[in-house]
Design a protein around this ligand. Structure first.
Ligand code: RIB
Ligand code: CA
Length: 365
């Protein structure tokens, strides 16, 4: 029987998943056979607002021997902190990693009212999928305090991965201006050089707290921006969700439930395009693990904070002049171009197949 293109594609993907699973499993088993964590792995703190795609990103990080997750620092974003905090605890319980500390972060942006995205993540932030109430508790210190303590205890060793609004990072830097130079890298899901998703100009994470984002982009940390330019293409197909649902472990099954619920919600939308849930945050984690899954370009990224309609827009300058808008005639400031210096590597292309194979292969193993 000749296989239709779809059948061939889905069988090919299944074998890719199986192959990916085998190689990932081998690497992971070897690594985790050591002292529970991998001594050669890079140490990361994940700042997050779980969050449908945050959930799979956290699972991917936990399943990847290239990194050791030192802590999760939930922030208000997709849903209020009252939900992102227990969701972070739930996800670690599902993964069997309650050894990872969770520290409560900001309940609201630095200056603005909190705008959430329950329409995209379900009222509970996990696609509406009900998981048991967490038994574990957060640590006593706040997220900014934990970030400051862990970074200062190991200067130059703690990488940050930010998957939500950047309020926690900004608060840590405000409290400790010397902190950024002790942080070797920041990989963030956020921004866009090709239009927003919550407004024509702004991507959600930057939109929620533009002031925090501006501070973070100006902090001088070697920064990789994984924005909508690539994450829009990081969508799961039906067969990917089926592969998660049939996975042989609690992480895969939980990810399958969350993405199935999200796909069902998308299908009910009158504007359904056929594209499945976008794994924005997982692509940021995947880029931290293997930057060749995307193509990076140097930009100077500035965050708009004054625009009545454009606050949260990320503008990317490839070269001088870094031209601002003309000053008003009443302004004292003389118009002059700033000196160009890139402050971020921005992901501009993505190898979707490789990304999905990594994500599904590592969650399923
Ligand atoms: O715009 C996508 C981003 O906003 C993702 O991090 C998603 O989880 C939401 O926080
Ligand atoms: Ca997020």
């Amino acid at each position: 029987m000749s296989r239709t293109g779809d059948q061939f594609h889905s069988r090919r993907r299944f074998f890719l998943h199986a192959a990916g699973t085998a190689s990932a499993a081998g690497a992971v088993q070897h690594a985790l056979a050591q002292t529970g964590t991998n001594a050669t792995a890079r140490r990361v703190i994940i700042d997050t607002d779980p969050g449908v795609d945050d959930a799979l990103a956290i699972f991917l990080a936990i399943r990847s021997p290239e990194l050791n997750v030192e802590a999760l620092t939930p922030v208000a974003g997709n849903v209020p902190l009252e939900l992102t905090l227990p969701n972070a605890l739930r996800l670690l319980e599902i993964a069997g990693r309650t050894d990872i500390p969770v520290a409560a972060g900001a309940k609201q942006p630095l200056k603005r009212q909190l705008v959430t995205a329950a329409y995209a993540h379900g009222e509970n932030g996990l696609g509406g999928v009900q998981f048991p109430e967490p038994k574990t508790k957060p640590v006593a210190e706040s997220a900014p305090d934990l970030i400051r303590r862990v970074v200062r205890q190991s200067p130059g060793q703690i990488h940050l991965i930010a998957l939500g609004p950047l309020t926690n990072l900004a608060l840590a830097f405000l409290a400790d201006p010397g902190l950024p130079r002790l942080i070797p890298s920041l990989t963030l899901m956020g921004g866009s050089l090709s239009g927003g998703n919550v407004s024509p100009a702004a991507e959600f994470n930057i939109y929620v707290d533009p002031e925090a984002a501006q501070m973070v982009f100006r902090a001088g940390i070697p920064t990789t921006m994984v924005g909508l330019d690539v994450t829009r293409k990081a969508t799961l197909h039906e067969e990917d969700i089926q592969a998660l649902e049939s996975g042989g472990n609690p992480i895969s099954r939980a990810a399958g439930k969350i993405t199935r619920a999200t796909m069902n919600r998308l299908r009910q939308s009158p504007t359904f395009t056929g594209a499945g849930p976008a794994m924005h945050d997982s692509l940021a984690v995947a880029t931290f693990i293997d930057p060749t899954v995307v193509k990076l370009q140097d930009f100077y990224v500035e965050v708009e904070t004054a625009g009545e309609y454009t606050a949260g827009e990320t503008l990317g300058y490839r070269r001088a002049p870094m031209r601002k808008s003309p000053p008003m005639q009443s302004a004292q400031a003389k118009f002059e171009d700033a000196v160009f210096h890139p402050n971020a590597k921005v992901a501009m292309e993505v190898d979707r197949e490789r990304f999905v194979q990594m994500l599904i292969g590592r969650l399923r193993k």
